[in-house]
Design a protein. Structure first.
Length: 135
């Protein structure tokens, strides 16, 4: 039985695969740009020049980059028997939603989605081992 656990955030995904006594770790970098609007026009006058921030362009680009990130993760876990998702923010839930919409065969293998703060690589490995031993 091949069990896979993924700890992910917007920067990277740590994919731990447990198969019998063998444990493998893969890291997937997200390549998602971090959006930081640059405001401030240098004037305090009411009605002075304003910087226009194109939020929708940045959000749309981030959405497309997320899709590519999730697609890369999906290709690495397509042959797993059981899947668990962990992460500090809503990224793990977004991945689960993406899997349900576009990778239905993988989404049926999800055994749990849990919140987990930032961790070291060894803590992630232990978390995923414990999850599958208790289930």
């Amino acid at each position: 039985m091949k069990n896979t656990g993924i700890w992910l955030d917007k920067d990277k995904a740590l994919i731990v695969t447990l198969e019998g006594e063998q444990e493998t770790l893969q890291t997937v970098a997200s390549n998602i740009e971090h959006f930081r609007p640059h405001g401030g026009s240098g004037t305090r006058l009411k009605g002075g020049p304003q910087d226009v921030v194109q939020d929708s362009k940045f959000l749309e680009r981030e959405k497309q980059q997320m899709k590519l990130y999730f697609k890369e993760i999906a290709t690495k876990i397509k042959d797993t028997d059981a899947l668990a998702l962990f992460g500090p923010a809503g990224t793990n839930e977004k991945l689960a939603k993406e899997l349900q919409e576009h990778y239905n065969t993988i989404s049926t293998k999800i055994k749990g989605i849990r919140k987990a703060d930032s961790m070291t690589t060894n803590q992630v490995r232990a978390l995923i081992r414990d999850f599958f031993q208790s289930n």
